[in-house]
Write a protein that binds this ligand. Structure first.
Ligand SMILES: [Zn+2]
Ligand SMILES: [Zn+2]
Length: 386
């Protein structure tokens, strides 16, 4: 009896070891598979991310969730590689077609506690009444939502955002809504990003080549648009700033492709648990950074001293330059407030900034190279605005 009680006590103690420390979780919030225009089976995509050290992944195919029965024809070596990886028993084929596994089936094969988490997502894809291309991701969405078309770009974002939030309420699920690749087909404007009251997230770096993240002679970069939108939000609308995401938007998983391949861009989220609720709550509070390679040990804003401190994790020979970017009071765009070398850059606010954020550049090229940026970066979220 005593031993039995002791065993129960041990089990109880094992489950309730106190709150785990906050830590960084690496994830990608934007990926495609055969469920829409990606070129790979969803569990092969998930397996790639898990094997490459990611902790969470959303499958975000265009205007679908990975549910229902769908059979596809598969060309090339994709089927052979799929069978080799998951086994012939797992693969369901008939008369030259293969059944795509649903989100829940994929999740059952790849998820692992405290190691790898999947979240469903829909890339709500459409065009506003006035002809602007607009794509929006709804992470952890519980039902497929049709794209809502408004007369203008801002109206279209508002309608879709409201539909997503109504679904979140109806289904009792936390759902994260974000605007994708704003410069793709030059679809999204800073004005629209500023005008949507409850918008919280926008992609400021998307891994797809030729989606115009750097801007061109007549368009500002996605990152610069972020500051213009935030200046407008804070000065004209009295709203908090948007948080910036980096994502892969991977479509091209087969060998030999380069345009939209996995491993270019991700977020690092500071949270206690690898759970949907914990991750989405942390991101909603700005407890994350976007990255295309640079790793941060710590990002800390001291509210008393009004100082932003970073601790950067480097390898031998790697050099870093951190630009502290902000919008000055009365300003309409981001400016470089300070540039600091080394692994412990710091910026104390002077009082004339609406907010400050940091973008760290490494001397190293990204592990998965991109045509749009030769260096590894990390982008932290705006602070000092409350
Ligand atoms: Zn898209
Ligand atoms: Zn996409």
């Amino acid at each position: 009896m005593i031993w039995l009680a002791f065993g129960i006590l041990l089990t109880w103690a094992g489950l309730g070891q106190g709150r785990p420390e906050e830590r960084w979780w690496k994830g990608n919030l934007h990926t495609h598979s055969f469920w829409s225009d990606g070129d790979e089976f969803p569990e092969m995509v998930a397996d790639w991310y898990r094997e490459h050290g990611y902790h969470f992944l959303t499958l975000s195919d265009h205007n679908v969730l990975s549910v229902g029965e769908k059979w596809i024809k598969v060309g090339g070596d994709a089927l052979l590689r799929y069978e080799a990886k998951f086994g012939k028993d797992w693969v369901e084929a008939r008369r030259g077609e293969v059944r795509l596994k649903t989100f829940d089936e994929v999740r059952s094969r790849v998820e692992e506690r405290d190691r790898f988490l999947m979240m469903p997502s829909e890339e709500i894809t459409g065009r506003s009444g006035d002809g602007r291309d607009i794509h929006m991701n709804a992470t952890n969405l519980g039902e497929v939502l049709p794209v809502e078309v408004g007369g203008t770009l801002a109206d279209t974002i508002v309608r879709n955002q409201q539909a997503v939030m109504a679904s979140a309420k109806r289904t009792g699920r936390p759902v994260m809504f974000h605007v994708n690749h704003p410069n793709y087909k030059w679809g999204v404007s800073a004005d629209a990003l500023a005008a949507v009251a409850d918008l919280q997230f926008v992609e400021i770096w998307n891994g797809v080549d030729n989606d115009n993240d750097p801007g061109d002679a007549t368009h500002i970069s996605s990152e610069a648009m972020w500051d213009v939108a935030n200046a407008l939000r804070m000065t004209q609308y009295g709203r908090g700033p948007l948080y910036g995401l980096a994502t892969d938007d991977a479509h091209d998983h087969q060998p030999g492709k380069t345009r939209a391949i996995p491993g270019r861009a991700w977020v690092m989220v500071k949270a206690r648990f690898l759970s949907t609720e914990s991750l989405l709550n942390a991101m909603s509070s700005g407890e994350f950074y976007a990255s295309s390679g640079v790793r941060l040990k710590d990002v800390r804003f001291d509210r008393e001293a009004r100082r932003l401190d970073l601790a950067i994790e480097g390898v031998a020979g790697e050099k870093f330059v951190t630009k502290f970017v902000g919008v000055k009071k009365g300003g309409k765009a981001g400016v470089v407030l300070a540039e600091v070398a080394g692994t412990n850059p710091s910026y104390a606010m002077r009082g004339d900034e609406l907010y400050v954020r940091a973008v760290v550049s490494s001397s190293l090229t990204p592990e998965v190279p991109s045509q749009e940026d030769p260096y590894q970066r990390a982008w932290t979220q705006p602070v000092g605005w409350r």
